[in-house]
Every structure is written in structure tokens, then in C-alpha cells.
Design a protein around this ligand. Structure first.
Ligand code: HBI
Ligand code: FE
Length: 296
């Protein structure tokens, strides 16, 4: 899956993948859809086909419905066309970016209902592993749920929360919320546990792992618990947090985070594999994956 090193990791544009030579002030670029080669479109189709075979068993049904509405199976999508669909449905638009962008620019886009999508595509030998978001991760993983009215509102609220968190110096806490929901979230639905997090949904390995492996913990979502929990960027997650509905997610974040951050900062951070006495534990993981990582 996509293992993020955030823009806050100190990487400069020169060390990031993607072409930052023609960025506008808000870090957007032209998508340059016409410049994508036949080989890139073929790689997109291979990635799309592999995930769409896997996902009916694992992905949240809302994600599947939204994905189908994007009609993106034939090749790298033209963002202009996808934006028109999104705008009509939920008022979101896509903007093209070279790759990771600074947090303030990222939050400003989300708060204005613009989702930044990277333009570069991984190489064929990178089907399984990426450290930075490419167009497949960003579009296939993130864009479908922008068609979902409640999730769409949640992501905008997250962007506004990010703008405030930057002013309060609490980005680390807020970033954990994004990580454990937007990127690696699970939802308990009518058919049992399902995936809605983009980091999982764009990874063929982590998709079955997140739902079926005995290794990770699966714990009921709790805002302050999530904000206290460190995460791994170099392997599958050791803990997934499970929501009951997108409304729960929106409601939990429709509060003033300032007092929440104060309470969170008063207590120690938790390691990624922690299980607490008052957690709502759905699965207590064996953590065997961490002791003996599978070769991948
Ligand atoms: N930039 N393009 C891009 N995509 C991201 O997901 C992203 C980013 N910059 C910052 C960032 N994410 C995170 O630091 C925040 O969500 C916390
Ligand atoms: Fe992502």
C-alpha cells in the first residue's frame, strides 16, 4: 500500500517523486492527461482489474457503488470529466498535483472541496509497494467516496480541522485521525467488516490482511484513542479502527478539537499495537505479522 511520509517529514520537492517544476501557488499543475502513454493506461487497467476482482468481498458496498459511477476502468481518468461528475453529486472537484504537497496547501484544498490527485503513475515493478501517493492510489482509493454525501462532508471538515490544527500546533494528533480513517479505516456493515480506507483499498496485499488476518487488532473507533495512537508507515497496520457509520465519523469530528487536543496531549502516546482495558475490542490481534514479516 501507500506508505506515507508526510510533507511534514522534511522531504523537499527534489526528493519527492513527481514533477514540481510547473506548480502554481497552490501546488496544482495541469493533469496533462493527453501525455499519458498507452503503456501507462495499460498498467492502470491491470491495477484496476486486480483490485476490482478482490474488492467485492472486502470493500464497503458504498465504495463499490461509487467506484462504478466513476467509470474509470479503461485507463487513467481525465480529471476534468471526473470533476464534472463529482461537482454534480457532492460539489467536490479534483485538482492535479505533482505528488505530496505541503500540509497547509493540502488542507486549503480539502476545506474548499478540492481533492488533490497526483499525476504520476508507479512503474510496473511497483504494483505492490509505494511510499508516496500516485494517481492510482489517489484516484482509485480516495475519489470514489467523494461521491458519498456524508463522507464528502467529513473530508471537508477534516480540511477545516487541519487549518485550525496548524494554527494550534496539533498536526500530529490530527494526522493520526486521517491515517486511521481516510487511509486505513474499516467499517462494520450489514455484511460484517469492510474496508473504506484508501491506503488499504489501493493495496492488493493489505486488502485481505486488514479484514481477515488474525494478526492486527481491530478496535472500535474512538476519537481521542485514535489521536493518541502512533502509526506505522513501513508495513501493514498493527491496529485498524472500526466505525459503525460514516455519520459516526462526521459527528465525532464536528466538534471543537482544541479541548480534545489538550486532553490527548496530557496522556502518553500509544504504540501502534496497544490494546487498552476500555477499548471496544473486535479482534485482539496475534501481531504475528510483525514478529515474522511476510516477504513482499
Ligand atoms: N499531499 N498530495 C498529497 N496527498 C496527501 O494525502 C497529503 C499531502 N500532503 C500532506 C498530507 N497528506 C498529510 O500530511 C495530512 O493529511 C496530515
Ligand atoms: Fe492517501
Amino acid at each position: 500500500g501507500f506508505k506515507r511520509r508526510t510533507a511534514g517529514s522534511g522531504k523537499t520537492a527534489k526528493e519527492l517523486r513527481g514533477d514540481y517544476s510547473a506548480i502554481a501557488g497552490d501546488f496544482t499543475v495541469e493533469q496533462g492527461w493527453e501525455r499519458h502513454t498507452a503503456a501507462e493506461h495499460a498498467l492502470w487497467r491491470a491495477l484496476y482489474r486486480r483490485q476490482s476482482r478482490l474488492l467485492p468481498r472486502y470493500a464497503a458496498p458504498e465504495f463499490m457503488d461509487c467506484l462504478a459511477r466513476l467509470e474509470a476502468e479503461d485507463g487513467i481518468p481525465d480529471f476534468r470529466r471526473a470533476s464534472d461528475r463529482l461537482q454534480a453529486a457532492t460539489g467536490w472537484r479534483l485538482v492535479a498535483v505533482p505528488g505530496l504537497i505541503p500540509e497547509d496547501a493540502f488542507f486549503d484544498h480539502l476545506a474548499a472541496r478540492r481533492f488533490p490527485v497526483s499525476t504520476w503513475l508507479r512503474r510496473p515493478e511497483e504494483m505492490d509497494y509505494l511510499e508516496e501517493p500516485d494517481v492510482f492510489h489517489d484516484f482509485f482509493g480516495h475519489v470514489p467516496l467523494l461521491l458519498h454525501p456524508i463522507f464528502a462532508d467529513y473530508l471537508q471538515a477534516y480540511g477545516e480541522g487541519g487549518q485550525r490544527a496548524l494554527r494550534l500546533g496539533r498536526i500530529e494528533h490530527l494526522a493520526r485521525l486521517y491515517w486511521y480513517t481516510v487511509e486505513f479505516g474499516l467499517i462494520a456493515g450489514a455484511d460484517g467488516l469492510r474496508v473504506y480506507g484508501a491506503g488499504i483499498l489501493s493495496s492488493a496485499g493489505e486488502t485481505p490482511f486488514a479484514v481477515e488476518s488474525p494478526s492486527p487488532n481491530r478496535i472500535g473507533f474512538d476519537l481521542e484513542r485514535v489521536m493518541r495512537t502512533r502509526y506505522r508507515i513501513d508495513d501493514y497496520q498493527q491496529t485498524y479502527f472500526v466505525i459503525d457509520s460514516y455519520q459516526q465519523l462526521f459527528d465525532a469530528t464536528a466538534v471543537d478539537f482544541a479541548p480534545v487536543y489538550d486532553r490527548v496531549a496530557d496522556r502518553p502516546d500509544l504504540p501502534p499495537d496497544a490494546v487498552l482495558a476500555d477499548d471496544r475490542v473486535l479482534t485482539r490481534g496475534t501481531q504475528e505479522r510483525v514478529r515474522a514479516p511476510a516477504a513482499e
